[in-house]
Design a protein around this ligand. Structure first.
Ligand SMILES: NC(=O)c1ccc[n+]([C@@H]2O[C@H](COP(=O)([O-])OP(=O)(O)OC[C@H]3O[C@@H](n4cnc5c(N)ncnc54)[C@H](O)[C@@H]3O)[C@@H](O)[C@H]2O)c1
Ligand SMILES: [Zn+2]
Length: 365
């Protein structure tokens, strides 16, 4: 079992990762530092609720915890104020009080939305997460960022609210769509390129076990990613310094590709393309070696992530998207580059032309 605590000033998150853990969530909640805990409001989505809701509610009952369930429709459109309001109404019917806890069971959509509801219900009640997608395991469940989307943009309304417990069961990944799985792997590769050459080699050596979802290998992968993210978040819990900006590696172009493509591509697929372009850009600016650029490209292919952008948007649309994201200042673009593996740098002075060339390197020949 992988287990550690993340301390953030006056609050702490306990992180546990273990195959089969969903059967024991209740027990873990009893030891999460909430001595008067009696009731849990479970928030999930219809798909995850059908697959794992019974297992989690059984574990809560076995621990003597009263459990009420609300399920949202799966998908990004549920990350809305309307959906949050329905959940508030449900919590009111449940008479959910400050001595209860809200448990999110699902992917990043459920944890972002349920986290936002938790941060605002009665001005904030205790929160816990059982992530069920790889994206949520390695990224969304750690860091305390919660959000809903509004018409003006994604994640524009939110709050920081740290969970008391994050309990990840790698066995959940067996039912996940393979494309969603690979998309989550892009974030794991991102952490490796940013923080650890050894972890990059670890992915190369264990590619078969990872793709076969070997439970212990996946527990290791999830736990190590959570630690990387936790280390960054602990240093910058409210995203006020350059440190947390590093996590946007691959996301500058990635987000623009994702939005211009009207979300046809998965987030992680766009991040994979964004990382490859950022590595090529780093090389063209005299940083990352050609060998390391090749190494990244081979790894992305190995995990069946895209290295070519089919049906590409116009460069002018991509640039406009990066402007909206405030990553373009006058004629220069802000980019996270890689000097060498595990040596990221933030640069604000990248000429637009160099970024355009890196983007065009992704287009089909
Ligand atoms: N808060 C953060 O720091 C942070 C970080 C990264 C991403 N996010 C957010 O996360 C969201 C994306 O999350 P996601 O990629 O997990 O998508 P998701 O939550 O939409 O889940 C993807 C799909 O998989 C289904 N699903 C989930 N677990 C399953 C399982 N074990 N088996 C079968 N089906 C399963 C869901 O029902 C859904 O249809 C975005 O809204 C993004 O903004 C937040
Ligand atoms: Zn991401």
């Amino acid at each position: 079992m992988f287990s550690f605590n993340i301390e953030f000033g006056d609050c702490a998150t306990r992180v546990v990762v273990d195959p089969g853990l969903l059967d024991h969530v209740g027990q873990f909640l009893l030891t999460a530092g909430l001595p008067t805990l009696k009731a849990v409001s479970l928030i999930t989505d219809d798909t995850v609720g059908k697959l794992y809701g019974g297992q989690v509610t059984a574990s809560l009952s076995a621990a003597g915890l009263d459990c009420k369930v609300q399920a949202i429709e799966p998908g990004e459109t549920s990350k809305s104020l309307q959906c949050a309001e329905r959940l508030y109404d449900g919590l009111a019917r449940q008479q959910a009080g400050r001595d209860g806890l809200i448990l999110a069971l699902g992917g990043g959509v459920v944890s972002d939305l349920a986290g936002f509801v938790t941060a605002t219900w009665l001005r904030g009640v205790p929160f816990a997460i059982c992530p069920t997608t790889l994206e949520a395991d390695v990224d969304a469940s750690i860091g305390g960022k919660t959000a809903v989307n509004i018409d003006a943009g994604k994640n524009l309304v939110g709050a920081f609210h740290q969970p008391v417990l994050v309990a990840a069961d790698p066995l959940c990944l067996k039912t996940l769509d393979r494309r969603d799985l690979r998309s989550g792997l892009a974030e794991s590769i991102k952490h490796a390129i940013l923080f650890s050459e050894e972890f990059l080699a670890w992915h190369e050596e264990r590619a078969d076990a990872i793709l076969a979802l070997d439970p212990d290998t996946m527990a290791d992968l999830i736990g190590r990613n959570m630690r990387f993210k936790a280390d960054v978040v602990r240093e910058d819990p409210r995203e006020q310094t350059e440190r947390r900006v590093l996590l946007n590696f691959g996301h500058t172009l990635g987000h623009a590709i994702e939005r211009c493509g009207e979300y046809r591509h998965r987030h992680g697929e766009c991040v994979a393309l964004g990382m490859l372009a950022a590595c090529r850009l780093s090389h063209s600016l005299g940083l990352l070696s050609a060998t390391d650029v090749d190494r990244v490209e081979v790894m992305l292919r190995r995990f069946r992530l895209p290295t070519v952008l089919e049906d590409p948007p116009e460069w002018s649309d991509i640039l406009a998207r990066m402007r909206v994201d405030k990553k373009v200042r006058q004629e220069k673009v802000r980019f996270i580059l890689i000097d060498a593996v595990a040596q990221p740098i933030v640069r604000d002075d990248i000429p637009k032309l160099a970024v355009k060339e890196a983007y065009e390197s992704l287009l089909p020949s």
